[in-house]
Design a protein around this ligand. Sequence first.
Ligand SMILES: Cc1cc2nc3c(=O)[nH]c(=O)nc-3n(C[C@H](O)[C@H](O)[C@H](O)COP(=O)(O)OP(=O)(O)OC[C@H]3O[C@@H](n4cnc5c(N)ncnc54)[C@H](O)[C@@H]3O)c2cc1C
Length: 532
Amino acid sequence: MSERRRSFYGWGYEGEAPPAGELEWFERAWAKLLGVERFDPAPMPRADEIALRAPRIAPPASLAAVCTTGHHARLAHSYGRSVHDLAKMILRRDFSNPPDAVAHPKTEAEIAQLLDWCGETGIAAIPFGGGSSVVGGVNPPAQAKAVLTMDLSHFDRVLEIDPISQAARVQAGVLGPSLEAQLKPSGLTLRFFLQAWEFSSLGGWIATRAAGHYATVYTQIDDHVESLRVVTPAGILESRRLPASGAGPSPDRMFIGSEGSLGIITEAWVRLHRRPTFRQATTVGFKDWEKAVEAVRRLAQSGLYPANARLIEASEARFTEAGDGTRHLLVLSFEGADHPLDTWMKRALEFCADHGGEWDAKALEAPESQRSGAAGSWRDKFLRGPYLREHAIARGVMRDTVETAIPWSGFLALERKVKDATLAAIREATGREGSCTVRFTHLYPDGPAPYFTWHAYGDKARLPEQFWAIKSAASQAMIDAGGTITHHHALGRDHREWYDQQRPWLFAEAFKGAKKRLDPLGVMNPGVIVDS
Ligand SMILES: Cc1cc2nc3c(=O)[nH]c(=O)nc-3n(C[C@H](O)[C@H](O)[C@H](O)COP(=O)(O)OP(=O)(O)OC[C@H]3O[C@@H](n4cnc5c(N)ncnc54)[C@H](O)[C@@H]3O)c2cc1C
């Protein structure tokens, strides 16, 4: 039986279509939100209608078996999955800068050989996990003389499990579903459910400092990494596996978030959890936004550490039909493998009640199988979201997110600034009204991670430029208001302009020094984090 192939331009596999009714539901929702009468979808691209530039390099005979210059492989590694990428693929058929070759190494020795070849011939090497980057992290840099994309899909095994310490040694190219399937017999789990979980890899999560579904404590992948193994152009580096260490700066921290600019992460020891058996979940409604924010701040500072605490603005909840638009919703849950969590939930709800929160007390007592309601409806739409993005773009609908983190004291001012700037930029770029809503994805005692979703109806002929104008305005507003350019979507090449405003100049110089030592010829993902 032939293996299923990933779509070269969308989410999911080739030939997959959204289930009947789903696309129609979204079409109706987009039409209502953006005041569009009828959509005229552009056809999806076909591999046989795209001509690619001839490869500018030919792998040497010793590496020919691990490299391909095949049409589909080069198409499928030309872009990540940002709205900008989708617009260029679907609306423009623009595959003018594909990688020249794609390597699928099976061993670290092969990776080292490939990096040597890149160094000797001045080829840029781009590590590729699931390819779900939304910031231009895997797109071949325009200035490169030639590009070799290193696809890590063969590094897909859980190698060792330490059940006593609750940790596992895992190869970096494994995608979310395969990782959890391999861990399942042990009763342990990483439980790192980011929205792109199906098509993103452990190495990608580490390289981008991704954030999973936990709203508190284990928010970012940093909190799960015990140690790393990295193949750099200068040699292999492996950190000591420890639960914690005060021995100077952490070697792991240098590679977590390095986005392929220093080397290729091949393995990591990661901390695991026992599968949760106790759960408490409910949805709390608030009429007043500022009171809801205040309730969530108290919760974040209480030491209760909910697994989920997504505060969703009323208009966003209405769009996904999780609510009717009259209430802001807090999707709240606790989970664990050791003890009942009723007391935690009870105390959390006291904070909510103090700030005008209301919930269905009866639903909380119902068996878990009967509890779906607003939280279930919101989650279902959230998980299906990635599959709909290509269809939105084909209809000229831009739906994107910008996300940040900010101390509580600065949140309301940042919220106003980002929304005003985004809505003004939508008007300016498209000549129409759009929408911009917010929710909290992750919470810290000193501040939230606000996640802004914007929708705009663009002109299909100019969509990449319109998108970029809106994204730029939103990004600059986050920086101007004191936030970070990203809480978890990483930097890639797309966020460099704002990252350069955020990070200390001397840190950039120090990082360049480290890069020079590990990657003396500058082959590793040039242009990401710092200029080469
Ligand atoms: C629909 C959608 C939803 C998303 N939701 C979330 C979310 O909830 N949370 C979140 O954090 N992110 C999210 N993202 C962003 C993206 O999924 C993350 O950045 C993810 O960590 C990327 O993993 P990947 O394996 O796909 O990496 P890739 O896209 O393949 O690569 C990302 C970067 O990491 C580098 N890299 C990849 N593997 C390695 C390696 N082994 N060694 C060194 N460098 C490497 C690449 O060179 C590139 O710079 C979402 C993206 C999409 C499209």
